[in-house]
Design a protein around this ligand. Structure first.
Ligand SMILES: NC(=O)c1ccc[n+]([C@@H]2O[C@H](COP(=O)([O-])OP(=O)(O)OC[C@H]3O[C@@H](n4cnc5c(N)ncnc54)[C@H](O)[C@@H]3O)[C@@H](O)[C@H]2O)c1
Length: 262
C-alpha cells in the first residue's frame, strides 16, 4: 500500500509545516538597540531563548530584561564582534545556558564616516570592515557547527541598499556588498543539512544610526512612496519569518524591506 492509499499516513508536506516547536535558542549580535533589539524581541516573542551580544552593556542588559519579561530566558554577553574569541564565547554562552543554538541574527554594524572617498583613510575602511564583515564572518563560523549538529539552523544578516555603491559611504557600501556575497555563498553550503542563511535589506529605519543624520522635517516626510521611514519592528517581522520553522524553502536570499520597489 502506498502512502497515498493509506488514510492514516502522514503527509510529508503537512509535516514540514507542522515542524515540532522545540524551545530553540538564538544569538543576536547588536541586540542592545535598534534593529537588533527589535529582532531579538520579535524572535523571543515566538518562544525562543536569546543571547544578546553587544558592546553596549546597559542597553544590552535592558533588552535581556525585556525578553525575560516575555517569559523567555535571556542573557547579555559583552561582545566585540571584531574579536573572534569574544564571538565564540557568546556562542558558548548560548550552549552553556540553553544547551543549543539554532538561530543567528547579525545586526551589529556601524555606518562609519560619511565623507568623500579621498577623506576615508585605510584605518577607517578597516574599522568598518572589521565590524560589518569580520564580525558577521566570526558569528557564522562560531554558530553554524552547532546548527549542523542539531540538524536545523537559521541565520539572518542585515545588509543595506548601500551595497550597490555610495560615493560618501564607500567603506560601508563595500562592507554591505561583502556580507551580501557571504549570505549568497553560505545559502547553499549547509541547506541540505537544514541550515538556511539569508539576509534582510532595510530601507531607512528610525534607529540611532540614522536619526542623527537627518533633520526632523526630512524624517517627518522623507519623500519616499510610503511617505515615512520604517520602524525597526517592520524589518524584524521579516527577519523573524526567515529565522522560523515557517521558512521551509528560503536560503541564500536577501529580502528587501524598504517600502519601495527597485
Ligand atoms: N537603520 C537603518 O536605516 C539601516 C538600514 C540598512 C541597514 N542597516 C543595518 O542594520 C544594522 C543595525 O543598525 P541599526 O540601525 O540598528 O543601528 P544601531 O546603531 O542602533 O545598532 C547597531 C548595534 O550594533 C552594535 N555594535 C556596533 N559595533 C559593535 C561591535 N564591534 N561589537 C558588538 N556590537 C556592536 C551597537 O552597539 C548597536 O547596539 C547595521 O548592520 C546597519 O548597517 C540599518
Amino acid at each position: 500500500m502506498t502512502s497515498s492509499e493509506d488514510p492514516g499516513a502522514e503527509d510529508p508536506k503537512e509535516l514540514r509545516f507542522a515542524a515540532p516547536r522545540l524551545r530553540r535558542a538564538a544569538l543576536v549580535t547588536g541586540g542592545a538597540r535598534g534593529l537588533g533589539r527589535a529582532m531579538a524581541m520579535r524572535i523571543a516573542a515566538e518562544g525562543r531563548d536569546v543571547v544578546i551580544a553587544d558592546l553596549l552593556e546597559e542597553q544590552g542588559k535592558q533588552t535581556a530584561k525585556e525578553i525575560a519579561a516575555l517569559g523567555q530566558r535571556a542573557i547579555f554577553c559583552l561582545t566585540d564582534v571584531t574579536i573572534e574569541e569574544e564571538v565564540h564565547s557568546a556562542v558558548e554562552a548560548a550552549i552553556h545556558a540553553f544547551k543549543r543554538l539554532d538561530i543567528l541574527v547579525c545586526a551589529a554594524g556601524v555606518l562609519g564616516l560619511e565623507a568623500p572617498f579621498h577623506e576615508q583613510s585605510a584605518k577607517q575602511f578597516s574599522k568598518v570592515m572589521s565590524i560589518n564583515v569580520n564580525g558577521v564572518y566570526h558569528a557564522h563560523q562560531a554558530a553554524i557547527p552547532h546548527m549542523r549538529e542539531g540538524g536545523w539552523g537559521r541565520c539572518v544578516t542585515i545588509t543595506s541598499g548601500a551595497r550597490r555603491g555610495s560615493p560618501t559611504q564607500v567603506p560601508y557600501a563595500v562592507s554591505k556588498a561583502a556580507v551580501y556575497t557571504l549570505v549568497q555563498s553560505l545559502g547553499n553550503a549547509y541547506s541540505a543539512e537544514g541550515v538556511f542563511v539569508n539576509g534582510v535589506e532595510p530601507g531607512r529605519v528610525l534607529t540611532d544610526m540614522v536619526v542623527p543624520r537627518f533633520s526632523p522635517e526630512h524624517i517627518a516626510n522623507p519623500g519616499n512612496p510610503l511617505g515615512r521611514y520604517s520602524d525597526p519592528e517592520e524589518v524584524a517581522e521579516v527577519a523573524e519569518f526567515l529565522c522560523s520553522e515557517r521558512n521551509t524553502y528560503t536560503t541564500g536570499s536577501i529580502w528587501s524591506v524598504k517600502g519601495a520597489s527597485g
